[in-house]
Every structure is written in C-alpha cells, then in structure tokens.
Design a protein around this ligand. Structure first.
Ligand SMILES: Nc1nc2c(ncn2[C@@H]2O[C@H](COP(=O)(O)OP(=O)(O)OP(=O)(O)O)[C@@H](O)[C@H]2O)c(=O)[nH]1
Ligand SMILES: [Mg+2]
Length: 318
C-alpha cells in the first residue's frame, strides 16, 4: 500500500485577549463533525489528544467557554481527509481521491503577549520566535471588542513590526513582504450587532441547499465587511488593520473569512434559524462568564484552517 502523503503546517493564532482564539480551536472538532466530507482530526500525542477531548467536551457538553489563556499552548493535531486529483490525458480525464494527512502544530498564545505595553518581555521574544517559525497565521478580528475597546490595530502592528525585523535578520524579508499565509477572520458573527451590520450592508446570504437556513457572508465579501467594521471601531484605528495586512503580506497569501465558533442558536418550529431568536451566547447576570445556550453550529471554522493547510502543503512536495 502506498504511504499517505503527510504535510506539516505550523500555524499560530493571533488576536487581542478575548477575541476568541481558544474557542475557535475548541470548536474545530465539532465543526468537522458537522461537515458532510471526510475530514477528521486526531491528536498526535497523549497531551494533544486529551486537550482535544477536553476542549471539545467543555464547549459541546458543559457549554462553557475556555478560560483566558495564561501561557503559550501548543496543540499537535493531524487533519485526516482526502483531496481530489485529476489524472490522465485531457481527453480521458479521471478524478481520483487521495487520502492525505496534514500535521498541524497549532500555537495558541495569550492575547496579552501581542500587546506592546502589557506583554512580558521574555514572553514577547519567544512569541516572535514562534511566529517567525510558522508558515500560517490566523488573525482574529473581534467586532464586539473593537466596538468597545478599539485595540485590534495595537495588537497587530507592534508584533508585526518585530516579526518583520526578525525575518529580515534571517534574510527572509528581502522584498519587504512576509512569507506567511494568513487567514483573517472576523469573529462572533453570531452577535446581534455583527449580523445586523452584515445585513444592513446586504452581505448576508443563505445557501439554498441548507435546510437550517443559516446566514453567512461569502469569503469574497469578508474584506468589505471587515473594512466597514473597522470604521466603527471605538478608537478609529481599526481602519489601519487592512492597509497594514496589505503592506506586510503577499496579496495571494491573505484570505478573509467571517466566522463564529459557537454559531447561531436554532429553534423555531423546525429547529432552523429564527431571525427573532438566534443568540447562542447567554451573558451571565452580574458580569460572570458568558455561557453557551445550545448546540454549536460553527461557521467557517474549518475553512480557514483547511485553506492554510492546503496552501502550505502545496508549496512543497510532500
Ligand atoms: N458571541 C460569541 N462569543 C464568543 C465566541 N467565541 C468566543 N466568544 C466570547 O469571547 C470570550 C473569549 O474567548 P477566548 O476564546 O477565551 O478568547 P482568546 O482570544 O483565546 O482570549 P485570551 O486567551 O485571553 O487571549 C469567550 O469567553 C466568549 O465570551 C463566538 O463564536 N461567539
Ligand atoms: Mg485563549
């Protein structure tokens, strides 16, 4: 039997505290289970396997969000699935499915370590070393936090300047662009204000084949959405997020997504999306941690990771 091709992707989460980095990773297993394709995920060692189980069950069974991350978490997981390949001469094309394994080393740092003022210096140096060794990044833009604190730019820019410096020292910034692939994700699409903004912009679509009628924003419109959300940030600086990303990353290595780790609450008569009652996050009275109301239906959680993993794998022979 032929060995299954194996690619390795080291990917780091990037975003302010509370932007949803850990929840995004915790929702991955559930998001995969809800898809109709054959992608699954397994841990590569005991620690990563138990982290995968614990993160999934806290979210799906206990309906609790993760605690704020206090130190850099490393998760070694493998995505197992298959890809289609066209073979044969043009007049006798055949489509063959091949099994593939994509090793993911996922780094989940505390959001604090991206802050120029609040990060511990040693943590920050380690973080920049780790980012330099990554091939993929997932940058989370949280519209709710942006509306209240307006600091996405601050948590992007300082670390990016230091990363560019580190890559330049290593001779890997010669054309003024970083070699990383980056998935830029607007998070918390399930929040009333986020969905309402998308709706007002006319960006909400529903897949005609989706019996649940879940709202989505196409990836092609995600950049426009991010730009409008940036314009309503409380500091005004979020307008600089997109130009900054454009300055540091190659255009064909950036892709935008509109995501929600927990997704919308489904109810109504047929257990489908109900425009009058869709919030899946339940704030706790007295400022305690929020809870999750019902089943999770993650939106665009698998897609950014698969896009990154496949782009990274395509860069070199496996
Ligand atoms: N509405 C909504 N809220 C979310 C979602 N994901 C996370 N949250 C909220 O955001 C909070 C922070 O999420 P975390 O995943 O811990 O954020 P983080 O970026 O890992 O934060 P640090 O570890 O402190 O850097 C959660 O406790 C929830 O209240 C989501 O998909 N939808
Ligand atoms: Mg975290």
């Amino acid at each position: 039997m032929q060995p299954i091709p194996q690619a390795e992707s080291r990917i780091a989460m990037w975003g302010p505290p509370g932007s949803g980095k850990t929840t995004f990773l915790a929702a991955l297993n559930i998001a995969l289970a809800r898809r109709r394709d054959d992608w699954t995920i397994v841990g590569n060692d005991d620690a990563s396997t138990s982290a995968l189980l614990k993160m999934t069950s806290e979210l799906a069974d206990s309906r609790r969000f993760p605690h704020a991350t206090t130190g850099l978490e490393r998760l070694n997981w493998t995505l197992l699935g298959s890809v289609e390949e066209r073979t044969g001469r043009p007049w006798r094309r055949r489509v063959v499915r091949h099994p593939v394994r994509i090793g993911l080393e996922l780094l989940d740092p505390p959001g604090e370590s991206f802050s120029d003022t609040r990060a511990d210096r040693r943590d920050r140096t380690e973080l920049i070393d780790d980012l330099a060794a990554c091939r993929g990044l997932i940058f989370l833009f949280d519209p709710v936090r942006e509306f209240e604190d307006g600091d996405a730019f601050q948590y992007l820019h300082g670390a990016l300047v230091q990363l560019a410096h580190r890559m330049d020292e290593a001779g890997r910034f010669t054309d003024g662009l970083l070699p990383h692939h980056i998935a830029v994700c607007v998070t918390k699409f399930d929040e009333i204000r986020t969905l309402e903004t998308a709706r007002r912009m006319g960006l909400v679509t529903v897949d005609p084949g989706d019996p649940l009628g879940l709202p989505r924003v196409d990836d092609e419109d995600a950049l426009d959405f991010l730009q409008v959300l940036g314009g309503i940030s409380s500091s005004g600086n979020a307008e600089l997020v997109v130009p900054t990303l454009r300055k540091y990353f190659r255009e064909d290595r950036v892709r935008y997504f509109v995501t929600s780790a927990i997704g919308f609450h489904l109810g109504g008569e047929h257990g489908a999306f109900d425009a009058d009652d869709f919030q899946n996050l339940v704030p706790t009275e007295g400022g305690g941690p929020s809870r999750i109301r019902g089943n999770l239906h993650p939106v665009n959680v698998v897609e950014p990771l698969l896009w990154l993993a496949q782009r990274i794998a395509a860069e070199r022979p496996t």
